[in-house]
Design a protein around this ligand. Structure first.
Ligand code: HEC
Length: 169
């Protein structure tokens, strides 16, 4: 019995270390780009304005979803979730040449955070399509957290009081 617990604990520890070393590797990969996303947007003509316009549209969609949930208006949740997932994503319809430039400069942490938003907004739209309320609530929370996480990390100047908020218990 004791041996069983020991083996189980060892497995957990091993998983923990594997996970930690993955984190270190991901950071090393990131070393390629030192530029903040805002600096990258500024280097590509028109990109910064485009990103801000999409952010404003994301905000409007989130407001629409927020008021649709308590009414069970699944059609609105689905269509707004799909817009966040698709046409309001930063890389939507990006010219292939610009995409190469963008990929060479943007930090992978930012890309991963944007992918979180894509993933969760897609899950939100699917839950709405199935009229699965609990799923809608869970994925709405995840979408909101994706907005907040990225702003907390990459929009400190724009949203200083968010950056100063406490995240630890
Ligand atoms: C992967 C990163 C990322 C995600 C995810 C993200 N944002 Fe942003 N957002 C930014 C950055 C970076 C800026 C600020 C750019 C700057 O410094 O001017 C910004 C700015 C904004 C602005 C200000 C726009 C303006 O005109 O000043 C709004 C509103 C906004 N985001 C809404 C949202 C909403 C709502 C979501 C989620 C549905 C979201 N963002 C998700 C990175 C992100």
């Amino acid at each position: 019995m004791k041996a069983g617990i020991f083996v189980l604990l060892s497995c957990f520890l091993l998983l923990f270390f594997l996970d930690a070393s993955n984190g270190i590797l991901a950071q090393d990969d990131d070393g390629a780009s030192e530029l903040q996303p805002k600096q990258v947007f500024a280097k590509i003509p028109g990109l910064y304005d485009d990103v801000l316009a999409k952010m404003k549209k994301r905000e409007i969609s989130m407001t629409k979803i927020l008021v649709a949930i308590p009414k069970g208006d699944f059609d609105t949740i689905k269509s707004e979730g799909e817009k966040i997932n698709n046409e309001y994503s930063i890389e939507y319809d990006m010219d292939p040449d610009i995409q190469i430039d963008y990929n060479s400069m943007i930090t992978s942490e930012f890309v991963f955070m944007d992918q979180d938003l894509v993933q969760y907004s897609s899950a939100l739209a699917s839950s709405a399509e199935e009229k699965y309320l609990e799923g809608v609530l869970i994925h709405f929370d995840q979408v909101m957290r994706s907005c907040v996480n990225c702003h907390y990390t990459f929009a400190k100047e724009k949203f200083p009081s968010l950056a100063r908020s406490s995240v630890e218990e």
